[in-house]
Design a protein around this ligand. Structure first.
Ligand code: SAM
Length: 472
């Protein structure tokens, strides 16, 4: 069979596997791997940047998804830093269609994103779960957890709890109505844009990934509530990591594969094996990368939530406790009652967090939560009575959060000044009254400035500053 060059960089055994699967269509598949990847973004519904992407084509399976004709230098767009959108691969936005198809629109639910970093699927979930729901966003890898934290902060929703746990240590057995497992995989679907993924591929790695996915899936089904949904996804084509996992979940744990309505014009391929069903995205058929997604439901008569865990949780001490509303924050935050009640937590370092949701659950009892909601800021001098002598330093996350009060003084920056702010350089504006100000670009918050007698100080966290130089 003739096929276009070059795919000598792709392992010959992978070539063979895809030829067996796709037949003559594999030519088209392999030439697509040498073409340019589409650029796409997920627009944040809570920070929709007006007409900024008015002319961009929509992603068919995600109403907040847009294709951009040309890849911009996102790092120099302040709206990117404000969390108005997230740069995300288009096929994987199918999760939006899956979640929207499964849920009743009004009932708040408990959601877990088990393999969450860098945060794309969490952002998708936050865009379509009902108001009042809560999302536990978990990432086992500590350095990737930092990226997740940053991206969740930028998205700005106040209903996200963050944990950094191996799935086996997550204590909330039977609690979650919806679990996303976007599993670590052999990455075949990324061969177009990630040439390193090609080099790392081997049949042994597919086997290794498949075994790891089963360990994660076993924990996911434990954590699911009776009748709850599991959305399993990978960015690979290997059946051992895809439809065979769905089959295995049905056999081992009686999970029922759920079909979705998928219009033919989307050109998504339905994969079946017995009663198992899943959806495969091929880059030569859809405008996106390789992706697989399947939905499974836990039988409604499975055992429900177990309030206490008998797992060994030694070594964990509570680092945060629930607290009453700190009055010092009255002017700083706002809330919208339709999204549930606001709860406050305080760490031993006097860091205050706020969580808004209608789900009433004791998240702190195991001492495993790293971020119980939005980090609001630090309250110092909290002696008794607490409200006397308090000074409050707002956190960067509060500036980007929906909890930020509209009454906070702001400074609107033009593009050049906004970039200076994002480089953590000084910004020159007319001096105003002393105190904290929100730095904004086109109305969207970027972080904090503080006016003192010495001038206007830039409080952007150093780790988030732009370092890259712009080529003019
Ligand atoms: N859902 C993410 C998104 O949309 O941005 C991408 C997730 S990525 C495909 C898979 C994640 O699983 C990685 O962040 C990786 O660190 C994590 N992971 C690796 N091994 C794991 C394990 N044994 N249990 C849980 N997660 C694991």
């Amino acid at each position: 069979m003739s096929r276009p060059q070059p795919h000598h960089q792709v392992d010959e055994r992978f070539v063979q596997r895809m030829q067996e699967r796709l037949g003559p269509e594999s030519d088209s598949f392999f030439s697509t791997l040498e073409s340019e990847s589409p650029t796409s973004i997920l627009i944040n519904p809570a920070k929709a940047p007006g007409d900024a992407f008015e002319n961009a084509d929509p992603v068919p399976w995600c109403k907040a998804g847009r294709y951009l004709g040309k890849r911009p230098e996102f790092v120099f767009d302040p709206l990117f830093h404000a969390g108005c959108y997230y740069v995300m691969e288009a096929s994987s936005m199918f999760i939006h269609h899956a979640i929207s198809s499964l849920l009743q629109k009004e009932k708040p639910i408990c959601v877990l994103d088990l393999c969450a970093a860098p945060g794309g699927k969490s952002a998708v979930a936050l865009s379509c779960i009902p108001p009042g729901s809560v999302l536990v966003s978990n990432e086992v890898n500590k350095s990737r957890f930092q990226t997740l934290q940053f991206n969740i902060d930028k998205w700005g929703e106040p209903n996200v709890i963050r944990t950094c746990l191996d799935p086996g240590r997550i204590p909330w057995t039977g609690l979650f109505d919806l679990i996303l497992v976007d599993a670590p995989c052999s990455g075949e679907g990324l061969f177009r844009k990630d040439k390193e993924a090609r080099a790392e591929w081997s049949p042994a790695n597919v086997t290794h990934c498949s075994a790891r996915q089963r360990r994660i899936l076993m924990e996911a089904q434990r954590l699911l509530a009776p009748g709850g949904y599991l959305i399993y996804s990978t960015c690979t084509y290997a059946e051992e990591e895809n439809i065979q996992q769905v089959l295995w979940m049905a056999k081992e744990f009686s999970l029922i594969a759920k079909p979705l309505l998928v219009p033919d014009e989307w050109k998504v391929t339905t994969m079946t094996n017995g009663n198992s069903i899943g959806y495969q995205f091929y880059p030569h058929r859809v405008y996106g990368e390789g992706f697989f997604c399947a939905i499974m439901q836990k039988p409604a008569d499975s055992p429900g939530y177990v309030a206490t865990s008998n797992r060994s949780l030694r070594g964990y001490k509570p680092i945060v406790v629930e607290t009453t509303f700190p009055k010092a924050l009255t002017n700083w935050i706002k809330w919208d009652d339709s999204k549930g009640s606001l709860r406050f937590f305080e760490s031993i370092d006097k860091e205050v967090y706020a969580l808004q949701s209608s789900i009433d659950h004791d998240w702190l009892s195991h001492g495993l939560v790293r971020y119980p909601g939005v980090e609001i800021g630090n309250i110092k001098g909290a002696s008794v009575p607490r409200e006397i002598g308090l000074t409050f330093s707002p956190s960067h996350a509060l500036a980007l959060s929906q909890l930020l009060s509209d009454e906070m003084p702001s400074i609107e920056l033009e593009l050049e000044q906004a970039i200076r702010f994002l480089r953590k350089e000084s910004v020159s504006t007319e001096s105003g009254s002393p105190g904290w100000k929100v730095a904004r670009y086109k109305g969207f918050a970027l972080g904090w400035l503080k006016q003192t007698q010495a001038g206007l100080k830039n409080y952007l966290p150093t780790k988030y500053r732009i370092i890259k130089q712009q080529v003019k």
